[in-house]
Design a protein around this ligand. Structure first.
Ligand code: C2E
Ligand code: CA
Ligand code: CA
Length: 745
């Protein structure tokens, strides 16, 4: 992440003077006293890289190990191979490198007996610098070998230091996160880490410049400073010397020490720089390289800010920005986390609360209005359902409540929406649909699937109209899945033209003359079985597919009518069923006109069958539409009359031509039931209103006779003909003298 730009500026600060004159320490290991003397003599007063040499002496391998363990900074070991044993020298090399961990120390092997040369493998394995026989080690050669070894040592030491520092820095970054635990590291964690760099307990503070370069505020304090100091300026807690140092530290953008502690500069890209002050003992600061400290501070600043940025991103990824509630991802994760928790599963339920007609509200009043409404709804939920209730907005206008079962009751949840929302001095009332899943009911499924089940319940609630609720149950889920499967199959069937029409004749009761046909939709599934329209039409209706489907039916019916005409049966009526959704679609009238124009059939031969419920909803609008349809010359029939609202009062007002008495009333004719009386009542009523009355589902001669005696005009039913495909209808019409006879013309 490069969001924070940190510049590390190394200053050319001379190394402390004493390090220049410090001698190189060389350990001579030999069991021969003379060798010690000779070596001292050979190297006396010599310098390597302007530094003198200091010789240490060990006379056995054991003594050598002891010395190496306690004496610091031994740069080179001049090691005799043959001492107590022929390989004593060689034998301790492994321990020098391994046990003692002296990897920078150089080793020059010396031997009196050329035959005891170590194998190349040993030299490589233990990083032996040089191997010389004592006889060939003249003073000059010894000096040359030593100076090479010493320079190598110096270089290795420097690299090791750099590596250790780097490791410390990297490690601190990781530890910063570890210190903070699950939370994002705060300034206090940062202070802790800075102190840890010095091996000190935190005693000091961190201040930032957020309110301007001159006005510092304490972000975190530790040690001698009281917690209440956070938020106040450091000047309230520090003396003038310290304040001056802090100011200089910020000005010069580097770490600065003074007696009693160190001021640390922490550069920040986004906000003002940070400064930390740590009280430290001289021992704690002694070993610290100020340049490395700058690097360390820069690194910590980046690390810290990255962590905060990550937290911000994390928060953004799991928060709904509009309402401040959790979003879907957060909820799914939380549900997922509870999966193994039997107690939580047994006690809690998940509800989805959906604001009815929200998209309509949005369209009508604008998005600002919609957003405001959602925010207020979220506010209200948050107030009414504090933690441990989990709230989320999981889609545009859908809130989720995950809480103990007792809280997640539709009635209780609905109560939060019973009062209107007030803004812009206006009261806004909404109704909500609610779908609930008891977690126990949906055992073992993922968080995402759980949410899906709640959606299924919500969808079912909405199918029942506004302001409803539904619970998820295994059987309801199955039902919904079946619904979805069927819809998919229907769509495919429609695309592949597996749907077709059948036609059922309608006749005049008095003369038996054929007046027209009703187009009835058929779906033959892949397995060859017919799926009844009563089953698939509600699905087409609720999914909106009915609009396209209905348009197709209309065109197909008109095309069929044309064929019927061409085949010599002119003037027949084509009745087409129109569903509620189709009828209320804004394009309905325009599509109707287009279809008539394109299929070139006279509008007077088309009849639309609408149900009673469609006919009376929002009367004025419907009335207007019906009038316009009739102005085109199309006739209108009220289908299934008597089954819906039975609102005879409306009949008077509605511009319709025909009523179709539902089959259920026809079937009970001649019995002493209420149904029988309805048929007997409707027929004269229709006559009075000047409407034609058609009886549906006439199956027997008796029914037909009786209807005729009541004065019913027309009939349709198995007694006359079953619905049939066009190929059958044409010969049927031929045989039955289809087409209006001379009296009807
Ligand atoms: P509906 O408009 O009342 O259609 C009459 C139904 O009664 C048809 O069922 C027909 O086959 C059946 N029927 C006709 N004569 C008799 C009879 O003598 N006895 C009995 N028992 N039944 C008879 P179908 O074809 O199953 O259609 C059912 C419903 O589906 C229709 O009722 C109609 O509401 C709807 N429908 C059919 N096709 C379409 C269409 O293209 N568009 C729309 N929107 N709805 C359609
Ligand atoms: Ca019908
Ligand atoms: Ca009907």
């Amino acid at each position: 992440m490069n969001a924070i730009n940190v510049q590390v500026v190394f200053r050319d600060e001379p190394a402390p003077a004493e390090t220049l004159t410090e001698p190189w320490r060389i350990l001579v290991v030999d069991d021969d006293h003379e060798v010690h003397q000779a070596t001292r003599f050979a190297l006396d007063k010599l310098q390597v890289s302007d530094r003198p040499l200091e010789l240490l002496h060990a006379h056995s391998s054991a003594e050598a190990l002891r010395m190496l363990a306690v004496e610091p900074d031994i740069a080179v070991v001049l090691l005799d191979v043959v001492m107590e044993t022929p390989t004593a020298g060689l034998d301790i090399i492994a321990r020098i490198r391994g046990e003692l961990g002296l990897n920078c120390t150089r080793i020059i092997l010396r031997t009196g007996q050329p035959g005891y040369a170590p194998e190349i493998e040993t030299i490589r394995k233990y990083d032996i610098n040089d191997y010389k026989s004592k006889s060939e080690l003249t003073q000059a050669k010894l000096y040359a070998a030593l100076s090479v070894a010493l320079r190598t040592y110096a270089q290795l030491c420097q690299e090791a230091r750099a590596r250790a520092n780097l490791e410390k820095i990297i490690d601190s970054g990781q530890r910063l996160k570890a210190y903070a635990g699950a939370d994002t590291p705060g300034a206090a964690d940062l202070l802790l880490m800075l102190a840890a760099y010095f091996g000190a307990a935190p005693d000091g503070f961190i201040a930032d410049q957020q309110s301007g370069p001159r006005s510092l505020t304490l972000l975190a304090v530790a040690g001698r400073y009281p917690q209440e100091a956070v938020g106040s300026p450091p000047s309230a807690h520090a003396g003038p010397d310290l304040l001056a140092l802090i100011e200089r530290c910020l000005e010069e953008r580097r770490c600065l020490g003074m007696e009693g502690g160190t001021a640390l500069h922490l550069r920040s890209g986004a906000t003002g720089d940070l400064v930390a002050w740590l009280h430290l003992t001289p021992q704690q600061t002694q070993t610290v390289d100020l340049r490395m400290l700058d690097v360390f501070c820069a690194h910590m600043a980046v690390e810290w800010q990255n962590q905060q940025l990550l937290e911000k991103l994390r928060r953004a990824a799991y928060t709904d920005t509009l309402t401040g509630l959790h979003n879907r991802a957060a909820l799914v994760e939380k549900l997922e986390a509870c999966r193994g928790d039997a107690d939580c599963i047994a006690r809690t339920s998940l509800a989805l609360i959906d604001i009815d007609q929200f998209s309509g509200i949005n369209d009508m009043f604008g998005h600002v209005y919609g957003d405001r409404l959602l925010q207020l709804a979220a506010q209200r939920l948050r107030k009414a359902l504090p933690p441990p209730c989990e709230l989320a907005r999981v889609s545009n206008d859908t809130f989720a409540v995950w809480a103990p079962e007792a809280v997640v009751q539709p009635d209780l949840l609905r109560r939060h929406f019973s009062q209107p929302f007030v803004f812009d001095d206006i009261e806004h009332t909404v109704s909500v649909s609610i779908g609930v899943v008891h977690l126990q009911e949906a055992l073992g499924i993922t968080g995402a699937d759980l949410l899906k089940e709640a959606w299924i319940a919500l969808k079912r609630a909405k199918m029942n109209g506004h302001g409803q609720d539904a619970w998820y149950t295994t059987s309801s889920a199955r039902e919904t899945r079946e619904h979805t499967r069927l819809l998919h199959a229907l769509r495919t069937a429609f695309q592949r033209e597996r749907l077709f029409l059948m036609f059922q004749p309608q006749v005049a009761l008095d003369s038996g003359r054929i007046l027209g046909v009703e187009a009835l939709l058929r779906w033959k599934a892949d397995d060859g079985r017919f799926i009844p329209p009563d089953r698939f039409l509600p699905i087409a209706e609720s999914s909106g597919l009915i609009v396209d489907l209905g348009a197709w039916v209309l065109r197909s019916a008109l095309r069929a009518l044309q064929k019927i005409e061409v085949q010599g049966h002119p003037g027949l009526r084509m009745s087409v069923n129109v569903s509620a959704h189709q009828f209320s679609h804004p394009r309905f009238l325009a599509d109707l006109q287009d279809a008539l124009a394109q299929e070139r059939v006279p509008a007077g031969q088309l009849e639309l069958e609408i149900t009673e419920s469609v006919a009376i909803v929002g009367t004025d609008k419907v009335e207007d539409l019906l009038k316009r349809i009739r102005q085109l010359g199309i006739t209108i029939a009220i289908d299934d009359f008597g089954t819906g609202y039975s609102s005879l009062a409306y009949l008077d007002r509605l511009p319709v031509d025909r009523i179709k008495i539902d089959r259920s009333f026809v079937q009970v004719l001649n019995t002493q039931t209420r149904g029988a009386r309805i048929a007997e009542l409707v027929i004269p009523l229709g006559q009075q209103l000047g409407l034609t009355v058609l009886a549906e589902g006439v199956e027997t001669r008796e029914q037909a006779e009786f209807l005729r005696s009541l004065g019913c005009h027309e009939a349709q039913g198995y007694w006359y003909a079953k619905p049939m495909p066009l190929e059958e209808l044409l010969p049927w019409l031929q045989a039955h003298g289809g087409g209006p006879g001379p009296e009807g013309a």
